[in-house]
Design a protein around this ligand. Structure first.
Ligand SMILES: NC(=O)C1=CN([C@@H]2O[C@H](COP(=O)(O)OP(=O)(O)OC[C@H]3O[C@@H](n4cnc5c(N)ncnc54)[C@H](O)[C@@H]3O)[C@@H](O)[C@H]2O)C=CC1
Ligand SMILES: O=C(O)C(=O)Cc1ccc(O)cc1
Length: 356
């Protein structure tokens, strides 16, 4: 348990994110008080060991507001109104503009510091929660100009207690950043996924890993994402105009048979993928993909990973695709470039069928 965060921590909104934070705090030995507009979510989260229902009069050291975006402002203001003199209030909202507006002018605004974990899931509610959700993930801490240094330290201690990596940003920088790294990618993913709805089954039979990668985040709850994206409209609109300009360039290049123009657009995309930081925030390491055919039986993945472990080659990333015609999975293992041949040799010697 951190000296800066001895508890209790109060979670307002015991859904996916709130319950995950609660579970991580409980694991660190911190007392957790829960509240939620839904009695069922409160019961479920308590039953999962995320904490106990808050009793009237109990005062927390840190309140974490984890409700849907449209309700953050009112719940943050209510938490500041009700809190003790030393209580710090944070929220986990995906956009920082509205929460900040809600506390501006509040006499206790110095005790509010916004934050945003960059981890989640397409699912919602306490049953989707996990104490490990934030492990190793970036978590923005976004103090406003009037925030107290002690409040910033306590919110940073929460991030560390959850095993995440704090990233300090102003609220305005944060909102611009997430428009680029989260909100526009989500919208574009949804637009692409929409072209699949109602498509002919014989076309969908050719679905491979690429389209699954591009459309994964589009599976998120539309009610939640319309609040998130709609709450960051200026930053999202400005980037979407850039995307629209490039889409028009792509249409023009395709209709005019301009291969040079098309290649230049695709090369710009490659540059974008290389700009994404690698694991642990370092530069992106060049990786090579090794594909392994894995029979669709219980225990086969465990056997594969044990054999990879025995080879001494570290797995940088892993994806699993399914052969539509056979009971076989295709596991794609990303490893450091230069070690792929060694891994293939080691796996082939154990009977696995591999290819690059
Ligand atoms: N879902 C994700 O992947 C991520 C979500 N966030 C942010 O976290 C916040 C919560 O999102 P999730 O946990 O995904 O949603 P969720 O739907 O799983 O949980 C929200 C919880 O808040 C409760 N609630 C609603 N209104 C309330 C109120 N006025 N007072 C008390 N409880 C109330 C709901 O009953 C529910 O249990 C959102 O603001 C979202 O922007 C941040 C990072 C990732
Ligand atoms: O699913 C993913 O890859 C995510 O990036 C999850 C996510 C969703 C919403 C956020 O505000 C932050 C993170």
């Amino acid at each position: 348990m951190s000296d800066l965060l001895s508890g209790p921590v109060e979670i307002v909104g015991a859904g996916l994110i709130g319950t995950s934070i609660a579970l991580a705090c409980r694991r660190a030995g911190v007392d957790v008080l829960l509240s939620d507009a839904s009695a069922e979510h409160l019961r479920t989260a308590s039953g999962l060991g995320a904490g106990r229902a808050k009793e009237p009069g109990e005062v927390a050291q840190l309140v974490v507001v984890a409700v849907p975006p449209d309700h953050l402002g009112e719940e943050i203001a209510a938490a500041l109104d009700a809190a003790g003199e030393d209580t710090v209030v944070t929220d986990v909202g995906s956009v920082k503009a509205a929460p900040l507006e809600a506390v501006s002018g509040h006499p206790a605004a110095a005790r509010y510091v916004g934050s945003h974990p960059m981890a989640g899931s397409e699912r919602s509610g306490p049953l989707a929660a996990s104490a490990d959700l934030f492990t190793g993930r970036p978590w923005a801490v976004t103090p406003h100009a009037g925030a107290a240094a002690t409040a910033v330290r306590r919110v940073t201690a929460l991030v560390e207690t959850c095993g995440a990596v704090p990233v300090m940003l102003t609220p305005a920088e944060h909102d611009k950043a997430v428009a680029r790294t989260s909100h526009v990618p989500h919208l574009v993913s949804s637009l692409v996924a929409g072209t699949l709805a109602g498509a002919a089954p014989e076309h969908l039979a050719l679905t491979g890993q690429g389209v699954r990668d591009v459309t994964r985040v589009a599976g998120g709850d539309p009610a939640l994402y319309s609040q998130i994206i709609g709450g960051n409209s200026d930053a999202v609109a400005s980037l979407l105009r850039e995307v629209r300009d490039r889409l028009e360039m792509a249409l023009e290049a395709i209709s005019e048979g301009d291969r040079v123009g098309l290649e230049s657009l695709l090369a710009h995309g490659v540059a974008g993928t290389r700009a994404i930081p690698g694991k642990h925030g370092g530069p992106l390491q060049p990786v090579a993909a090794v594909h392994v055919a894995v029979p669709d039986h219980p225990g086969e993945l465990a056997r594969l990973f044990a054999d990879v472990g025995g080879s001494g080659v570290n797995i940088e990333d892993v994806r699993i695709d399914h052969d539509p015609g056979r009971p076989v999975g295709l596991v794609e293992l990303d490893v450091a470039e230069g070690r792929a041949e060694e891994l293939m040799g080691a796996l082939e010697s154990k009977g696995w069928v591999t290819h690059r």
